[in-house]
Design a binder for this molecule. Structure first.
Ligand SMILES: Nc1ncnc2c1ncn2[C@@H]1O[C@H](COP(=O)(O)OP(=O)(O)OP(=O)(O)O)[C@@H](O)[C@H]1O
Ligand SMILES: Cc1ncsc1CCO
Ligand SMILES: [Mg+2]
Length: 274
């Protein structure tokens, strides 16, 4: 039963990845300085088309052209926040999917408020680590370890459900198990390797990949989000077979994502209902 369910998810993930490759969705990324390179290369290796355009002077022209918008508050500053808010407003008005990565949401009052304000602009998906999702669900400036999580993803399942219900977004928590919920259903993706935490911005990169998958089928945000997380994890597992540490894993993960074939995805994806 479980094997059949996993193969079905594997087939679904392969269909989405194939569509990303054939349709090459254009993704506007307003993301942090640390993550820009890995994020753009992750999207390219998956077959999508990244564009790191963030000026509020160009979003009115550019956001209408994109297939999805990705916003990441990692290196937030006063002058970038209005640019994020404008692009999110445009995406919502134009009915385009947009995805939020609430990096270090609980690290400061400024960041927490910025994330909550962005969430009021109706993201399609929110993907964070466990500490970020807990901070947002409680709306509390809490103890986190900066951009890193001080909780396991299993600690944040209830917080994810509650955030999904209050925001209307699909919420994903990354970790050893990636959980995805629409507030009602929950699925878990058990892919990836622990070494992925030792590469900065793998979380940022997988959130961008979620935006590319959601762009393919916005009315199935839960399925596309779980598929993107699992596919990225499978690429990490294959990359780890030949990596010697975080730096070579970064390279091999990108290579593996680019080279994934149907057999690797269908047999590798480990998604189940919780
Ligand atoms: N223990 C683990 N085992 C397997 N995969 C993991 C593990 N921890 C994290 N991952 C994977 O690593 C990727 C990044 O997740 P993580 O939770 O580290 O994000 P993050 O904290 O937001 O990262 P960053 O802020 O550096 O971008 C995800 O694809 C996740 O599935
Ligand atoms: C290290 C770091 N600091 C702000 S954003 C970022 C990338 C990982 O989230
Ligand atoms: Mg993060």
């Amino acid at each position: 039963m479980e094997d059949g369910e996993q193969r079905e998810w594997g087939a679904k993930a392969w269909t989405y990845l194939s569509s990303v490759r054939s349709l090459s969705p254009l993704i506007q990324c307003i993301t942090n300085f640390v993550s820009m390179d890995l994020t753009a290369n992750t999207l390219l290796s998956a077959g999508a088309s990244p564009a790191m355009l963030h000026s509020p002077n160009e979003s009115p022209d550019f956001t209408p052209q994109v297939n999805a918008l990705y916003i990441n508050v990692g290196t937030l500053s006063d002058n970038w926040l209005p640019a994020m808010e404008l692009a999110a407003q445009l995406a919502s008005k134009l009915n385009k999917p947009w995805v939020l990565d609430p990096v270090a949401a609980g690290a400061s009052r400024f960041r927490l408020k910025a994330c909550l304000d962005l969430i009021s602009l109706k993201p399609t998906v929110i993907r964070g680590n466990a500490s970020e999702i807990i901070a947002l669900a409680k709306a509390s400036f809490a103890s986190t370890k900066g951009v890193d999580s001080s909780h396991d993803s299993t600690d944040a399942v209830e917080a994810a459900k509650s955030l999904a219900n209050s925001s209307g977004a699909v919420v994903a928590v990354s970790g050893a198990v990636d959980f995805v919920t629409d507030g009602n259903r929950i699925v878990g993706a058990r892919n990836g390797v622990p070494m992925m935490q030792k590469i900065t911005a793998t979380g940022c990169a997988v959130t961008a990949l979620i935006a590319a998958f959601v762009a393919i089928d916005p009315s199935h945000a839960m399925e596309t989000t779980a598929s993107a997380l699992a596919v990225f994890g499978v690429a990490g597992e294959l990359g780890m077979e030949t990596a010697r540490g975080p730096a070579s894993l970064r390279t091999h993960l990108i290579d593996s994502l680019h080279g994934l074939d149907q057999t690797a995805v269908i047999s590798g994806v480990k998604i189940t209902a919780i």
